[in-house]
Design a protein around this ligand. Structure first.
Ligand SMILES: Cc1ncc(COP(=O)(O)O)c(C=O)c1O
Length: 415
């Protein structure tokens, strides 16, 4: 990405599409740096959803009347749009709408894992997995007798790829790895991990919750068997996420939730299932949210995923440099560059992360403090909690300066 292209990203104009960013608290303008938890939603997404409710709200599954037809087409086509966005050439059959990334993990764990795994099988995770993946596969391991192994994280917050090659063996049935760590910011070499898994005839699930929002993702280039992400982390609505799966695998898998809308034929004795992806989408789905997700994808693509990535990397680099310049701040994860995404996890010596976040909040700076759903990783780091500033396309370096100023304030208060 050239500097010129970077400069052409008009953050001021982008911010105008987010009225929420104009809010003030205690007389100070909101600095929203909690994007890894949830991003803000531009007007175009809110408008698309309200147009749906105003103009064509109806249940889907192709009712006879006009409104149901329109809602059905919008909902079905949303699958195609998501498929196109993530490079799934199989189209809608390979995209299942879920509530979020967590539900996508559970879908595969229950639908595939419970049926396919048993004693002697291994599930390989990384030490930097989010609980969405870690807890889910841990429980499936307990229920099936499969062992769970963890690929080590190095001192500098990267995956130990030699250890990955040791961990993944012919007994491995499933590798589940996070694409971008929500705690360390590490961008993992997912294609390489998938290749290692495939060399041992294992399947690979990639958690893309922190990747799809801010970089171009091509699930076929990665060759992931499954790939998941959430709408609310990519300027879309809450309540919708997506699971990509290779068609032949999804065809073979049993549904995980049952009910209306996913069946072909039901008798008192038995039932058969509808085609993909409907087989995995029982009940009334997230119709307005699917419409909103399409609007979010349109909005992101209009800016360009490369530019979004470049912007985030630049802000993250600036934050990393400013924070590492503070002698009493410990920053986690790799140095800025292609192996770090747009977030910075850190701790200020002698101030608990929760106190720090609270002082930041006094200055209207919104960050997250806690274990970020990676408790075992925090145990490994030797801390109970960390503070995390995470950036998106609307953040500026001036906002990072406010974050650092608030750290000064915290230091003085606790001195
Ligand atoms: C890496 C990663 N995976 C999974 C999740 C879970 O996402 P959701 O809460 O949308 O299911 C998150 C959320 O923070 C995440 O950062």
């Amino acid at each position: 990405m050239s500097q010129q292209n970077l400069e052409s990203l008009d953050v001021g104009a982008i911010r105008e599409e987010f009225p929420i960013l104009q809010r003030e608290f205690n007389g100070e303008q909101l600095v929203y740096l909690d994007n890894a938890a949830t991003t803000q939603t531009p007007d175009s997404v809110v408008d698309a959803m309200s147009d749906y409710y105003r103009e064509f709200n109806a249940n889907v599954h192709r009712g006879i009347h006009h409104l149901s037809q329109e809602a059905s087409v919008a909902y079905e086509e949303a699958h195609d749009r998501v498929a196109e966005f993530i490079g799934a050439s199989g189209g809608r059959e390979e995209v299942i709408f879920t509530k979020n990334t967590t539900e996508a993990e559970n879908l595969v764990a229950y639908s595939w894992g419970l049926n396919e795994l048993g004693p002697g099988d291994e599930i390989v995770l990384t030490e930097m997995e989010h609980h969405a993946s870690l807890v889910t596969w841990q429980q499936i391991g307990k229920r099936t007798g499969a062992d769970v192994k963890y690929i080590r994280v190095t001192e500098d917050g990267r995956l130990d790829m030699d250890h990955a090659r040791e961990c993944i063996t012919d007994d491995t049935a499933m590798l589940s790895a996070v694409h971008v760590s929500n705690t360390l910011g590490t961008v993992n070499p997912v294609s390489e991990l998938v290749d290692i898994a495939h060399d041992h005839d294992a399947l690979a699930f990639i958690d893309g919750a922190q990747a799809v929002p801010n970089r171009p993702v091509d699930v076929e280039a990665i060759d992931a068997d499954f790939y998941a992400f959430s709408g609310h982390k990519m300027s879309g609505p809450t309540g919708i996420g997506a699971l990509y799966g290779k068609r032949d695998l999804l065809e073979e898998m049993q549904p995980y939730l049952y009910g209306g809308g996913m069946i072909r034929k039901v008798t008192f004795e038995d039932s058969t299932w509808d085609d993909l992806p409907w087989k995995f989408e029982p009940g009334t789905p997230q119709i307005a949210e699917a419409v909103g997700l399409v609007a979010a994808i349109d909005w992101l693509e209009e800016i360009g995923m490369e530019r979004i990535q470049a912007h985030e990397e630049e802000i993250a680099r600036y934050a990393y440099d400013r924070l590492t310049a503070e002698p009493d701040v410990e920053v986690y994860g790799p140095e800025p560059g292609p192996e770090r995404g747009g977030l910075v996890g850190f701790n200020l010596e002698s101030v608990h992360a929760h106190d720090l976040a609270s002082i930041m909040n006094d200055h209207a700076v919104a960050i997250r403090a806690g274990d970020h759903c990676t408790q075992p990783l925090h145990d490994k780091l030797g801390v109970a909690a960390s503070a995390r500033a995470s950036f998106y396309v609307y953040n500026t370096k001036e906002e990072v300066d406010k974050l650092v100023d608030a750290i000064d304030d915290a230091r003085q208060l606790f001195a």
